[in-house]
Design a protein around this ligand. Structure first.
Ligand code: MOS
Length: 729
């Protein structure tokens, strides 16, 4: 899959740090930890979309075998503050599937059975569950991302030689991680220990401390491995709070694992979007006007905006641009971040519209993008930290063979099969925040690195170990890379492609500080070959320190520690973004090319190839980095062709909340995937030159496929997913 000539010059990648543990089943996920005498919680969900709970008769359930507690809004302890919805704090029902009770029993079957004995009475009120029929709310800046405007869009459109005005839509989508949301909570007096499947142990700790009115350090959260996050585990959901609440109530540890069916709609998902885009260009293709107006489905239980128009403000040069986002409030489950939140749905619309504009102009779609290439950030006038999008277009187009494309729709055929080639731009912000880390040099030569971050399967263990190994000049095999525990130095949640950018510089700082402690010991020690050497002449390599000019004058870390009491030495490190953040604009870039094959008679559609090149700064690890891009592309195929959450427009119930009916790509759906990077470091992002990878891999993929489908068939599908019925019309 990866014959990456251009990558062979990179340092040989360390293999995935946690790979062996995962494939041998030794990686312990949240629900797999041991807790003595653990009880099982089963959540009960509302069966109406809107109204009030008038009563829940728990008598029969409470009498059932093994039942330890039944918590409902009528008897649940009041929480101090959660900032989260649906924690049995109110009798109001805001969507069908909202958690309304928790049954706790000695075994899971006992809890599930007892839950069936609950008698729930509601007073129903009319529900608004139909996105198409609902009236969008007026724009309200207090409720999330909003409007932007530069120049005069109406004037730009009036002057334009070529215009388009189209509406694109994307459905409800769900994260569908392999590992369902799960929590084990146990109390020791007023200390709370939690194993939680999460993208942010520090956020879970903070939320629990606030909810139960605890000093922050009374809460410990552990999550060494995550079985898929995709944004869904970026928030604290009902399972976490309810496990802690129930464990407190029954004085026993409680485990809750969200049912697979409840993974669709009760723990967040991508909102439904409807996006209107107007473009105006002169004859040369130069954009004079862009407008992008987004309607986003939203739950009455919790505000979340899919900010689909964000990239439209910065991706192309245009003398005028306006964007807006408005909510369509509904009685449906809450929205949350999902796989390239904003940009993955937003680039579907914008990059489809750009393709349509290219056809109107009779211009190559890559050329149209180059004509409108933004040399600095059009939204704020700042220079980019780094931008090598031109190289992405060139490299991916060449690997794909784009120059052989006949631009005429339906012109490329293989017997009864229509072939389509399409492309799109990928982009995602290069965010960064602050973190701390610690390095402990052990007398036996091991190096223990600790950082309170988490690894969603993206490779955080691996790149932290590599960062420390490189700074200390030790073999990566001597690194014991530890994360996923709030006892480790504080790091933020893993989301928005910020983790590598945030935690690796902190680890580098900790490693440098540890190295300097040892260096000072060596210089002061007359038994050291480095006695009285100048610090600037000393480098780290081969498990110790040596003179740059005379590497044979080498003092191993183990030797330095042995001569200085034989105790471990530890050092902390930290990093945070600084003034560069207001000087430059930080974004990652990419170009995605797709080939589809469509059967002329049946419209059977297959994505044969996706070729993509990304600029994410320096690639820290080829194996885990390219894996992430592959994952992004695979999810892009799902978004383009398969994924669609369907809510019944009468009852507001999820219709297809299971893996039989909600389709995600399997191996047979995926053709050739060829991903490369330009690998030019961005030292304005941080000292390692690496921005993040996580989100960008999915962006642009759905548009490239939709554009390829148009090229193959002459049919423009503006409503995802591209299912066969839409090609028949
Ligand atoms: Mo990403 S959707 O912020 O995990």
């Amino acid at each position: 899959m990866m014959q990456d000539q251009n990558l062979t010059s990179l340092p040989q990648p360390a293999t995935r740090y946690d790979g062996r543990l995962k494939v041998t089943g030794k990686a312990t996920y949240a629900a797999e930890f041991h807790a003595d005498n653990v009880a099982y919680g089963h959540i009960v969900y509302s069966t109406i979309a809107s109204g009030e709970l008038t009563s829940i008769d728990t008598a029969a359930a409470e009498r059932a075998s093994g039942v330890l507690a039944v918590l409902t809004p009528f008897n649940a302890p009041k929480l101090a503050q959660t900032g989260r919805p649906s924690i049995l704090q109110s009798t109001t029902v805001r969507y069908n599937g909202e958690p309304i009770a928790l049954v706790v029993a000695s075994t899971l079957p006992q809890a599930v059975y007892a839950a069936s004995l609950l008698r729930v009475d509601y007073k129903q009120t009319p529900a608004q569950v139909n996105f198409a029929a609902a009236v969008p709310t007026a724009h309200d800046p207090k409720r999330g991302p909003s409007v932007s405007k530069r120049g005069d869009v109406a004037a730009g459109l009036a002057r334009a030689d070529v215009k388009l005005n189209e509406t694109y839509s994307t459905p409800l989508e769900y994260h569908t991680p392999m590992e369902m949301h799960s929590t084990i909570a146990e109390w020791d007096g007023d200390k709370l220990n939690v194993y939680d499947a999460t993208q942010g142990i520090s956020g879970v700790k903070q939320t629990l401390a606030r909810a139960f009115n605890l000093p922050m350090d009374n809460v410990r959260v552990q999550c060494p491995y995550v079985g898929g996050g995709f944004g869904g585990k970026g928030s604290v959901w009902t399972n976490t709070i309810l496990a802690a609440m129930a464990a407190k109530q029954i004085h026993q540890p409680v485990k809750i694992v969200i049912d697979r069916s409840a993974m669709f709609g009760t723990v967040g998902g991508r909102p439904h979007t409807q996006q209107q885009i107007a473009l105006g260009a002169d004859k040369s293709g130069k954009l004079l006007a862009i407008s992008h107006d987004v309607l986003c489905s939203n739950s009455f239980s919790l505000d979340f905006m899919e900010s689909s128009a964000n990239q439209t403000q910065m991706l192309y040069e245009s003398e005028s641009c306006s964007t807006s986002h408005r909510f369509v409030d509904l009685n449906i489950g809450p929205g949350t971040w999902q796989r390239g939140p904003g940009e993955s749905t937003g680039t579907f619309a914008l990059e489809s519209a750009m393709d349509e504009l290219a056809y109107k102009l009779k211009m190559d779609p890559v050329q149209l993008r180059l004509v409108n290439y933004a040399e600095k950030d059009p939204s704020n006038g700042r220079p980019w930290s780094e931008k090598h999008l031109r190289e992405c277009y060139t490299q991916a187009a060449e690997r794909f063979g784009w120059s052989k494309r006949n631009p005429e729709p339906r012109s490329m055929k293989e017997k009864e099969t229509l072939i389509g080639w399409g492309m799109a731009t990928a982009t995602y912000p290069g965010g960064r925040s602050g973190a701390e880390a610690q390095v402990r040099m052990m007398p036996d030569g091991r190096v223990i690195t600790e950082c309170g971050t988490q690894d969603l399967g993206t490779g955080t263990y691996t790149i932290l170990a590599e960062t420390a190994a490189a700074e200390l000049g030790v073999d990566i095999k001597s690194i014991d890379s530890r994360l996923g525990d709030t006892l480790y130095p504080r790091a933020p949640g893993s989301g928005g492609s910020t983790t590598a950018n945030t935690v690796c510089p902190a680890m580098q700082d900790a490693a440098m500080n540890a190295k300097n402690l040892l260096l000072n010991l060596a210089i002061a020690d007359e038994k050291s070959p480095l006695h009285n050497a100048k610090p600037e002449d000393i480098i780290a390599q081969n498990g110790g320190l040596c003179l740059r000019s005379a590497p044979e004058k080498h003092d191993a870390y183990t030797a330095i520690l042995a001569r200085n009491g034989g105790q471990p030495i530890e050092a902390k490190g930290q990093s945070a973004p600084g003034g560069e953040r207001s000087q430059y604009s930080f974004h990652s870039w990419g170009a995605v090319f797709a080939e589809v094959a469509v059967d002329m008679h049946t419209n059977m559609l297959k994505v044969r190839r996706v070729v993509a090149t990304f600029d994410i700064g320096k690639l820290l690890n080829m194996q885990t980095g390219i894996n992430q891009f592959h994952g992004g592309v695979v999810w892009g195929v799902g978004q383009a062709l398969l994924e669609e959450g369907i809510v019944d427009t009468v009852y507001g119930r999820m219709v297809n909340g299971n893996f039989g009916d909600y389709h995600v790509p399997v191996n047979a759906d995926i053709g050739e995937v060829d991903v490369t990077v330009v690998n030019i470091p961005d030292y304005k992002a941080n000292t390692l030159g690496a921005r993040g990878i996580g989100e960008i891999g999915i962006t642009g993929v759905a548009a490239a496929i939709a554009n390829a489908v148009y090229h193959a068939t002459g049919k423009r599908v503006r409503d995802l997913p591209i299912t066969l019925d839409k090609l028949m019309a």
